[in-house]
Design a protein around this ligand. Sequence first.
Ligand code: A3P
Ligand code: MG
Length: 288
Amino acid sequence: MPFSLVAEEDSEDLRREETRGTLVRIKELVNDTLASNGMNDISPLSEEDVLDAIDRGKSEGGPHGQHWVLDPIDGTKGFMRGDQYAIALALLDEGKVVLGVLACPNLPLTSVTSYDRHNSQDKVGCLYFAQLGAGTFMQSIDGSPPRKVHVSATTNPEGALFFESFEAAHSSHDLSSLIVKKMGVKTPPVRMDSQAKYGALSRGDGEIYLRFPREGYREKIWDHAAGYMVVAEAGGIVTDAAGNPLNFSRGRYLDLDTGIIVTNQKLMPALSKAVVESLKERASSLQS
Ligand SMILES: Nc1ncnc2c1ncn2[C@@H]1O[C@H](COP(=O)(O)O)[C@@H](OP(=O)(O)O)[C@H]1O
Ligand SMILES: [Mg+2]
C-alpha cells in the first residue's frame, strides 16, 4: 500500500562503494528482524530493496493527507556515547499529530532521577505510545503490560526539575539557567540526549524541558512530533517561546519562534513569563 514517509535519513552514503560492507550487514539485520517477527511470507530483501526503503522517507509532509514521520535514531551523539537515544515515529493527519511512538532503549523504567546502574533490579528500556484523545502509555521495551502515564502535578517551581540537551551546541545552557533561576528552580539541570526527554517528562521524572538552539537553526518535525504527542497526551503543554503551539503542517521543518518550552499546565504561566523576560534581557545585553 502506498504511504507517505517524512524521515531523517536517505541512502546516499550507503550507496557508495566504501560502505558496501555496512549495507550488506544492514540487509542481514533487516532480514533477520523480519524473520524473527514471523514475517516469513515476505521474501528476503535485497540490498537495493533496503536502499529503496530508506529513500521512501523523502516526503515533504504538509497540511493534507496522512504522513508518517520517522527519526530512526534520534540523539545520534547520545547513541554513540552509550547514553540516551530514541527511535521516534509519529503520524500526521491533515497537518496534526494523531499518534506518537517513542522507543528509548537506554531510559530507566523507573525514573532518571532514582536510577542506580549498579542495582540489577533497575531495568532500562522504555516504549511510549500516545494516540490523540486516548492518553499516553509506557511499557518496558521487552513487553511488560503498558501503564498510563501523566506529567508531574508539581505547582511549586522550587521543587521542579528541568531537562535540556546534553549537547550545548543544540540548546543554550546559559539561557535555560537564566530562565529557571527567575522561576526559583533550585535543582541543577538533567542533561539528556534525544526525545527521551519528552518521555521522561511525560511520566513526571521532571517538570520542564527547555530547548533554545542558536539563531537560524531550523527544527525538523521528526525531532519533535512523537515526543510532542507523548507529552501532550500525558497532560503537558509544548509551545514555542512565544506560547504558540507547534505547527507540524508546514513540511519537513517546524519554523517556529525562538525555542521550544515544555511543562505542565500549572507551571506554564510562570515559565512563559520567565522565558519572555530572559529573552528580552539577552537581546538588550547583546545590543549593549
Ligand atoms: N545546532 C543544533 N541545534 C539544535 N538541534 C540540533 C543542532 N544540530 C543537530 N540538532 C538536532 O538535535 C537532535 C538531538 O537532540 P538533542 O539535543 O535533544 O539530543 C539531533 O537529532 P539526530 O541525532 O537525530 O540528528 C539533530 O536533529
Ligand atoms: Mg533527531
